[in-house]
Each structure stands twice: as structure tokens, then as C-alpha cells.
Design a protein. Structure first.
Length: 173
């Protein structure tokens, strides 16, 4: 199946997918979609509530369903997905079919600084958030990298620089 010409942002929690996605959608005059927000709307529940009541496996099924739904229904959009989405091989295949995948790569220390007071990410709550960030990131590294058409190291970049990098790369295609 031909690519749907979407730009998809992947990366760890706190890498800026949503912020970058919204700004990029203005810049490129495209509609923005955020799979976490779409899932919350459909389920009428916040992600942390879905994790607490139905569990992570159920959430992962919803993620795959949402990707398949987007594949059927959208093109020419900017799409941001949850940090864990590319972990499943099935999801990586759908992401590639959906469009150009841009990986916002970030260091664990930067994630910790950005999210140390966050209460919305169930996977980072409780003891030793720093350790959780490092081990999750290590376990996901290869999945992110092999799914990506482009990798951007975002730690030292301003939002403007990130937007310029992405538009110059995607515009070249
Ligand atoms: C998750 C990332 C979150 C959200 C859920 C699980 C993950 O999205 O999908 O809490 O497994 O990394 P963000 O990456 O937008 O925070």
C-alpha cells in the first residue's frame, strides 16, 4: 500500500512529540493528531485511568487499533504517538505504512528533568523514576531506531531548530 504522506513523531516520553507536533502542524498547514488524545477521547478516560483499571496490555491493544484506524482514515497529517507505540513490531509496520517517521531522540537525564514532577505517565510513577527512565529507554532504543526514517537528537535543540530540521528533511522527499 502506498504511503499516506503523514509525518509521524515517535520518541520517549518527554521528548516533545506533542509540542513539536502542534507547532509543526501550524508550520506545514496540516491537521495534527495525537494517538494518546484520540484514545482518551474514544475511551472517555485518561491514559492513567486506563492503565489503572484495564491494565497496560489493554492500553497496548487500543494503541494498535488506533493506528489501524488512522491508516484507514487519514493522510497528509502530523501524527504524534505514545512513547511505547513503536515497541510492538506490528505497530512499527503500521507506522511505516502511515508515512515518514521522525524519531525525537533524547537523553535520559533530559527526560528526568522534564518529567520529574509529572503525574500523568503511569510507567514513571513510584520509586526510582530515573532508573525506570534509563531501563525503559535502553529496552526501546533499537525499536525506535529501526522504525525511524530520520533521527533528531533534540536535547540541545530549540523548538525552532527542531521544526526547521524536520521541514527541511520532509520537504526534500
Ligand atoms: C507511554 C507513553 C505515554 C502514554 C502512556 C505510555 C510509554 O505517551 O502513551 O503513558 O509507554 O512510553 P507520551 O510518550 O506522549 O508521554
Amino acid at each position: 500500500m502506498a504511503k499516506k504522506n503523514n509525518v509521524i513523531l515517535i520518541g520517549f516520553m518527554g521528548s516533545g512529540k506533542t509540542t513539536v507536533g502542534i507547532r509543526l502542524s501550524y508550520r506545514m498547514r496540516r491537521i495534527f493528531e495525537d494517538t494518546d488524545k484520540l484514545i482518551e477521547k474514544k475511551q472517555q478516560k485518561e491514559i492513567k485511568e486506563i492503565f489503572a483499571t484495564e491494565g497496560e496490555d489493554f492500553f497496548r491493544k487500543l494503541e494498535t487499533q488506533m493506528l489501524l484506524e488512522l491508516e484507514e482514515t487519514v493522510k497528509d497529517r502530523i501524527i504524534s504517538v505514545g512513547g511505547g507505540t513503536p515497541v510492538k513490531e506490528e505497530n512499527r509496520e503500521i507506522l511505516k505504512r502511515l508515512g515518514t517517521v521522525v524519531y525525537l531522540r533524547i537523553r535520559p537525564e533530559t527526560v528526568y528533568e522534564r518529567l520529574k514532577n509529572d503525574t500523568t505517565r503511569p510507567l514513571l510513577q513510584g520509586e526510582d523514576p530515573k532508573g525506570k527512565i534509563c531501563s525503559l529507554m535502553e529496552s526501546r532504543k533499537d525499536a525506535y531506531e529501526c522504525c525511524a526514517d530520520y533521527i533528531l537528537d533534540v536535547d540541545e535543540l530549540s523548538i525552532e531548530e527542531i521544526l526547521q530540521e524536520i521541514t527541511s528533511k520532509v520537504g526534500e522527499e
